[in-house]
Ligand binder design. Structure first.
Ligand code: FES
Length: 56
């Protein structure tokens, strides 16, 4: 499933980034470009990130 259409980023790609240490939306933006264009995906991207790597 695509989360970010502007950059064609899937939920799988976000989970993979989370697994390799990406723990914030800012980091995700740097790595994959998520939420760097229209921003519509930010909420969902963050939810997937939190689910994959809950912040303590
Ligand atoms: Fe992610 Fe537009 S859908 S920046």
């Amino acid at each position: 499933m695509y989360v970010c259409l502007c950059h064609a980023v899937t939920d799988k790609a976000i989970r993979k980034a989370a697994a390799s240490g990406c723990s914030s939306l800012a980091q995700l933006r740097c790595e994959l470009g998520v939420a760097s264009q229209c921003g519509k995906c930010a909420r969902q991207a963050k939810a997937i990130l939190n689910e994959a790597a809950p912040t303590h």
